[in-house]
Ligand binder design. Structure first.
Ligand code: HEM
Length: 500
């Protein structure tokens, strides 16, 4: 063999050995299979490992299988409830919420852990956003101020009435003249309008109505690379959209101050009144604005996505759809009725269908927390600045917790409050372990509103139409913040009076 060819062959063999040893190092030695997670690979290996993991994460995100595919494959590879990876230069540990240490981390809120979203989220939602507060004290202050106004019973009833008006208008007036509709588009529209009305009243919602596409741009930018100086990027479009939303909110607040118009019971008025009265829990003007945007972002896409999955699961399960319809008609609501909170309380099976949809869809797949110092979690050594993601999806699909977890079955929650001890034990165990809205001091502030919107939408759809999927493509939207169908869930509608 020529010396040159010999040298090339030797170099190739050396390269293969290096790649194989790196692959083994990155895949196995650092997996944390049977003991504490050892530190990430050192030096160049670490760099390569981070690039490999980031590329795999981005590839998963950009595929029709969704970003959770990246997580699922790593659980399978490591055969452990906990694994470590690195994405965009940060070390991430995924911990299945089936592990007892996960619920402790959420509910006990140890001081050496803080909630942490990517910095881009704070750029887009604002430094004062309740979702982005890393200091426990700031978070408690914002949460108290928002919760006391959001949880007031009259506002919940008013919210249900407003959402029912919007859902009725959409489903009874607009959908009856159409044969095929895309559920996600419609759900995004009415959840946006309902949340805006709750925040700024019907009048103020008019000012925010044209900004729905801006809110969408902010949501889209939250997952984008932070290329703030590059024109035309998603992130830059998101920042520009935020500016317009903030300007509209500032105008609305200025108009209210100017006209002394603070007697409405929408959230903005309540927060502004507290500020005027010097209430200890009052928020500053900037805190109010950031949190108004946060509530829209946190509430709109999540709930619209959940509604869409619910409609999809019920298209695939026609017997359950019929059983729910029988319950809805059994309420004997006649004429042009408006749904009340009391009516919703009568929708027992409907409520279980909502819960089951939320379990299967698991809109927020994991909850990120950053370690503020070196510590131990679930027997694993966690280093300062690592992000521990508590993975709710793996709990919701754990067959040890939910029987046949891939089957849509609202009756898995039967037994709650029915006095059958054996069923009660299992149902309560499953209900308690649902982590759809998080747990502990960071639990979702809008969980009741979300369930109300889902129940009302379900009732109005069931009592007016039968439906089936118009396109069964299961692909997921690429680069979406929450897993959702790429086709937006198009359905074919058959009016009830035609089919019965
Ligand atoms: C199906 C719909 C929804 C789902 C699945 C959902 C899920 C969640 C989850 C899992 C968290 C906690 C994340 C963590 O601990 O890291 C959260 C927080 C939050 N959610 Fe929701 N949410 C929904 C609807 C809403 C609505 C309708 C609103 C308000 C209009 C809302 C407002 C919030 C707020 C303000 C927080 C932050 C709470 C805090 O940090 O103290 N959410 N949500």
């Amino acid at each position: 063999m020529e010396p040159l060819a010999l040298a090339a062959a030797a170099a190739l063999v050396l390269l293969l050995i290096l790649v194989a040893s790196w692959w083994k190092t990155a895949s196995n030695d650092y997996s944390g299979v049977a003991g504490p997670l050892v530190p990430p690979p050192a030096g160049a290996w670490r760099w390569l490992w981070q690039w490999r993991e980031t590329a795999a994460f981005l590839a998963s995100h950009g595929s029709g299988r969704g970003f959770y595919h990246f997580v699922r494959t790593r659980y399978l590879r490591h055969q452990s409830p906990c694994f470590r990876t690195a994405v965009l230069g940060r070390v991430h540990v995924f911990l299945s919420a089936s592990h007892p240490a996960a619920s402790h981390l959420l509910t006990a809120q140890p001081p050496h852990f803080a909630k942490r979203y990517a910095r881009t989220a704070a750029d887009l939602l604002g430094a004062h956003s309740i979702l982005c507060c890393t200091s426990h004290a700031h978070h408690r202050h914002a949460r108290r101020a928002l919760a006391t106004t959001l949880f007031a019973a009259p506002s919940t009833a008013a919210f249900a009435a407003a959402f029912d008006r919007l859902a009725t208008d959409l489903i009874i007036r607009h959908w009856t003249i159409r044969h095929q509709v895309v559920v996600l588009d419609a759900a995004l529209e009415i959840t946006y309008r309902a949340i805006c009305e709750m925040l700024v009243g019907r009048g103020g919602a008019g000012r925010l109505a044209p900004l729905q596409s801006d809110v969408f741009a902010v949501t889209q930018a939250m997952l984008a690379l932070p290329l703030r100086w590059v024109p035309g990027t998603r992130f830059r479009r998101g920042l520009a959209a935020r500016k317009r939303i903030m300007a509209a909110l500032r105008e609305e607040m200025a108009a209210r101050r100017h006209h002394q118009h603070l007697h409405d019971d929408d959230l903005l008025s309540l927060l502004m009144q507290r500020r005027q009265l010097g209430h200890p829990d009052a928020l500053t003007e900037e805190q109010i604005q950031d949190n108004m945007l946060t509530l829209i972002i946190a509430g709109q896409v999540t709930t619209a996505t959940a509604i869409t999955w619910m409609v999809k699961y019920l298209s695939d399960n026609r017997l359950i759809q019929d059983k729910l319809r029988a319950e809805a008609f059994g309420l004997e609501l006649k004429g042009d009725y408006s749904l009340t909170l009391q009516d919703l309380n009568g929708m027992d099976y409907g409520y279980k269908a909502v819960k089951e949809s939320l379990r299967m869809a698991t809109i927020v797949s994991w909850f990120p927390r950053v370690a503020l110092k070196d510590c131990q979690v679930a027997g694993f050594h966690i280093k300062k600045d690592w992000i521990v993601n508590i993975d709710a999806r793996s709990l919701h699909y754990d067959p040890a917790v939910f029987d046949n977890p891939t089957v849509f079955d609202p009756s898995r929650f039967n037994g709650e409050g029915e006095g059958d001890d054996v069923k009660l034990g299992r149902a309560q165990q499953q209900g308690r372990r649902l982590l759809v809205f998080g747990a502990g001091g960071r639990t979702c502030l809008g969980m009741n509103l979300a369930k109300i919107m889902m129940l009302i939408f379900l009732h109005r759809l069931l009592t007016n139409f039968r439906w089936e999927m118009a396109d069964d493509d299961p692909s997921l939207e690429k680069w979406a913040m929450f897993p959702r169908l790429k086709n937006g869930c198009p359905i074919l509608l058959t009016p009830i009076h035609d089919s019965s």
